[in-house]
Ligand binder design. Structure first.
Ligand SMILES: *Cc1c(COP(=O)(O)O)cnc(C)c1O
Length: 429
């Protein structure tokens, strides 16, 4: 099996289709373009020989991958079903109608827009529908777990809007609702955003609604992370409370990389126009088809079991990491996210992540509710999809502690992590 770059050859023995279970038939690609085919094969091997603990990642099903690789990728379909700027949209219309219908029924929403190219595109469209440049917006501050689209200086949101950031209580790590209310009274925002990249608990949507009503503000729920838990009934839904719900389809929800927006009928036209033509051109119809497949999967009893297992696994992992000496923000989790501070082990977040990476455990660092040090953010969506159980979570915490403390034989540690991953292949051959 040729791998054409010297760097790729040096990094790893070239995997071949026979020893890497492939979710798709890569034979033709490998013959035509060994360089790119080899890279994709190496990535498949990486995903199946290391532990994917990045909280925002998951493994899509072969059915989702099939939709993504379908000839619908060739189709231009600007506009919406029944009102396209291009001919030949019969199947594109059918697939988008199915995706919208499935999203509405899965989340109990009056309206769904499934075209946003990403979670950030969904948030951009929500702001475009509800706000004017210069408006004040209240969102979780970036140092506490706000997303780039919640007012980061380098993002459109920080450039075009006046963001005020709420925080969390430094001791409990929980959202300080009294502070949110006080800020809303003082700043009179046009919109309040709830949602985070690292908050391991459920936002109190009812409380946010009440604060928004008092301030005369729109409530935007950026549920990019928990949307899959919401689909599986393992997290409360913001749909009854928020004016607009933004989400990704690729995190716990386990669909293709992309975004979606839910809202009530009264905002539906504004949201649709904000997605197309205001912030996007042609929708990616192959992705819309894959979103429909993922919504179909997420509406099955098996997915409900999965979503609850994801949370149960995160709780086991959080408790076991605490037993290893890590400080767990908020004392645990209600979601797929665990944030662990390695400081009690005498290692900072960035060094800890490097040691974990060397042992084959892939994850991110993140801000902590207190101080400037970085914590470790991990999630259980991907390892749960590949079939790991609570005992595996407890074992991961032990391996995690050994890696961060840099104790024991590094080669043996890497081998055990590899064994755990390979016993639970994401795409069984
Ligand atoms: C992941 C995430 C996004 C953005 O998703 P992308 O698809 O990466 O643009 C937005 N908001 C929150 C809270 C997120 O966690």
């Amino acid at each position: 099996m040729p791998v054409s770059t010297p760097a790729a050859r040096a990094a790893a023995p070239a995997p071949s289709p026979s020893d890497t279970a492939m979710p798709q038939d890569f034979g033709a690609l490998l013959r035509q373009d060994p360089e790119i085919g080899g890279i994709l094969l190496a990535e498949t091997a990486r995903q199946s020989s290391t532990l994917q603990l990045i909280a925002a990642e998951n493994f899509t099903s072969p059915a989702v991958l099939a939709a993504l690789g379908s000839p619908l990728v060739n189709k231009y379909a600007e506009g919406y079903p029944g009102a396209r700027y291009h001919g030949g949209c019969e199947q594109a219309d059918a697939v988008e109608r199915a995706a919208v219908r499935r999203a509405m029924s899965l989340f109990g929403a009056e309206h769904a827009n499934v075209q946003p190219h990403s979670g950030s595109s969904a948030v951009l469209a929500a702001y475009a529908a509800l706000l004017r440049p210069g408006d004040t917006v209240l969102a979780m501050g970036l140092p506490y777990g706000g997303h780039l689209t919640h007012g980061a200086p380098g993002n459109f949101s920080g450039r075009w809007f006046d963001f005020a950031g709420y925080g969390v209580d430094p001791d409990s790590g929980l959202i300080d609702y009294a502070q949110v209310r006080a800020l809303a009274r003082a700043r009179r925002p046009k919109a309040i955003v709830c949602g985070s990249i690292s908050y391991p608990r459920h936002p109190d949507y009812e409380q946010f609604r009440d604060i928004a009503d008092e301030a005369g503000a729109y409530l935007i729920a950026d549920a990019a992370h928990p949307m899959g838990l919401i689909a599986g009934g393992a997290a409360p839904s913001p749909v009854p409370y928020a004016d607009v719900v933004c989400a990704t389809t690729h995190k716990v929800l386990r669909g293709p990389r992309g975004g979606m927006i839910l809202c009530g009928v009264e905002l539906s036209e504004r949201i649709d126009r904000a997605v197309f033509p205001f912030t996007q051109g042609g929708a990616q119809m192959h992705t819309v088809a894959a979103k429909a497949v993922a919504f179909g999967e997420a509406s099955t009893p098996g997915y409900t079991v999965y979503a609850h297992r994801v949370v149960a696994h995160a709780r086991v992992l959080a408790a076991a990491l605490e037993a290893e000496g890590f400080e767990i923000t908020t004392g645990g989790t209600d979601t797929h996210i665990v944030v662990a501070d390695p400081a009690p082990l005498g290692v900072d977040g960035r060094a800890a992540r490097e040691r974990l990476m060397a042992a084959g455990m892939v994850l991110d660092t993140c801000a902590l509710p207190y101080g400037d040090a970085r914590g470790l953010r991990l999630g259980t969506a991907a390892v749960t999809t590949q079939g790991m159980d609570e005992d595996d979570m407890a074992r991961i915490a032990v391996l995690f502690g050994a890696a961060v403390r840099d104790e024991g034989d590094a080669g043996l540690l890497r081998a055990e992590v590899r064994g755990l991953a390979e016993r639970n292949p994401p795409y069984p051959g």
